[in-house]
Design a protein around this ligand. Structure first.
Ligand code: NAD
Length: 424
């Protein structure tokens, strides 16, 4: 599998996002002016900046920040560091953020950004120079009341701490402490929120629990296949295993491994920390094709365009819970629907990350820290309400959860535009 997955079979990921928006728009009869607004991002910021490598050479690095929509609140979305990052990919990811924030009813808009580099090929010093120069190049295009980045693939709390510190140092002494909310996903000591690290994986589990409740199923004993063992995949796998599910196979960029009796997820985590991948994990068998493993649940938590039409024809599970953004192609969606395999869509299933990012932003604004219980309970109740709304819309329109999720989100956006009007 290529890590540059933004173009699948020659198709554009952004076009895929626009097609999904159009399907939801058709369901609710969305007015043409709102379709036009949501069909393109509001702002596309592309920066090229020089970074010095440890050997003294210089590299020109390209970074992106795509601000899709901010009618509901400040732009919000992750920063991806991956060699495959390109304009088409970040445009799609930014549009999905707008839908996601609207769906879970947060006062936030949608954005996404990234840098086309392999962070794992850089030393810590090189990575820090990339992050600081990128943040400086973005300048006032980001800000705690304007556009608030967060972690995504290839970035983590360390990267967010450097971004925040760079922005604070560029902000003048009187604002040094009030601008902490310029990014979320920071470490606790730098103003992060308890629960943010595992928030997306925890949210994937809440989404699966909600699906179980609706379909008279229980997590206990469920067999789950997980693709991706990074931030999203590993926390989802751990929490699902703690709830009694069996993680029978895990795949990542190094390969796939499995054990029908259930993998020891904690041991696998320690192994991945040391070896940077699941391949070679001694307490499991090597698997050639992850998606050929029969399971109750498949949770793609890595890249976009992984469940293709070919995969959808042979996949053997009852439900797909999308931890990743855009893991299922539209043609695969149609095949899965024909085969009766349900999909809990990304904009719902992985919304836990942005929900707890929102909590972090609120905590930074009030210079207070919430308890883990507060964070978990509020996250659960927001996700539950969104999942209820999606189920109701799916029943009302007789459509998939994905189309229903878009219908709910677009209704909120349209209602807001109706009240505010379109400037001027
Ligand atoms: P990460 O960088 O922590 O982990 C990525 C995982 O994907 C790794 O296990 C890696 O090995 C695997 N991977 C990479 N290339 C692969 C390939 N070719 N085949 C199979 N596996 C491959 O990233 P993450 O933060 O866990 O993000 C994963 C997905 O979840 C992305 O789609 C991201 O946009 C989405 N997401 C992340 C968050 C978040 O809070 N981090 C929130 C919402 C959605």
């Amino acid at each position: 599998m290529s890590s540059n997955a933004s173009t699948h079979a020659g198709s554009s990921l952004h076009r895929q996002a626009v097609t999904q928006i159009a399907r939801g728009a058709d369901l609710i009869g969305l007015a043409p002016q709102y379709r036009a607004i949501l069909g393109e991002p509001k702002n596309e910021v592309i920066v090229n900046f020089p970074v010095q490598m440890d050997d003294g050479s210089w590299q020109s690095v390209r970074g992106y920040r795509i601000q899709h929509n901010n009618i509901l609140g400040p732009f919000k979305g992750g920063m991806r560091f991956d060699p495959g990052v390109d304009l088409d990919e970040v445009k799609a990811l930014a549009a999905w953020m707008t839908i996601k924030c609207a769906l879970v009813d947060l006062p936030l808009g949608g954005a996404k950004g990234g840098v086309a580099i392999d962070p794992f090929a850089l030393s810590e010093d090189e990575l820090r120079r990339v992050v600081r120069r990128f943040t400086a190049a973005l300048g006032s295009n980001i800000g705690p009341e304007h556009d608030i980045p967060a972690p995504d693939m290839g970035t983590d709390a360390r990267v967010m701490d450097w971004m925040m510190d760079t922005y604070a140092n560029m902000s003048g002494p009187e604002r040094r402490n009030s601008v902490k909310g310029v990014v979320t996903g920071k470490s606790l000591i730098c103003g992060g929120s308890v629960g943010r690290v595992e928030a997306t994986g925890r949210g994937v589990l809440y989404a699966l629990r909600h699906w179980c409740g609706e379909h008279d199923r229980v997590l206990d004993g469920m067999e789950i296949v997980v693709q991706g063992f990074g931030n999203v995949g590993r926390h989802f796998a751990r929490l699902a295993a703690e709830s009694g599910a069996r993680i029978i196979a895990v795949g990542d960029h190094t390969g796939a491994i499995g054990d029908p009796s259930g993998l020891d997820v904690l041991k696998l985590g320690m192994y991945v920390d040391e070896h940077r991948g699941v391949a070679g994990f001694g307490a499991a068998d090597h698997i050639d094709d992850l998606f050929s493993v029969k399971a109750d649940v498949v949770a793609p938590c890595a890249l976009e365009n992984q469940i293709t039409a070919d995969v959808a024809r042979t996949l053997s599970c009852d439900v797909i819970v999308e931890g990743a953004n855009g893991p299922t192609t539209p043609d695969a969606d149609a095949i899965l629907a024909d085969r009766g395999i349900q999909v809990v869509p990304d904009v719902l299933a992985n919304a836990g990350g942005v929900i707890v990012s929102y909590f972090e932003w609120l905590q930074n604004r009030s210079a207070r820290a919430w308890s883990a219980e507060d964070v978990d309970e509020r996250q659960r109740s927001i996700m539950w309400a969104a999942a209820d709304a999606v189920s109701c819309a799916a029943a009302e329109h007789g459509v998939s959860y994905r189309d229903a999720a878009y219908a709910v989100a677009l209704r909120r956006l349209a209602d807001t535009y109706d009240r505010r009007g379109i400037f001027p």
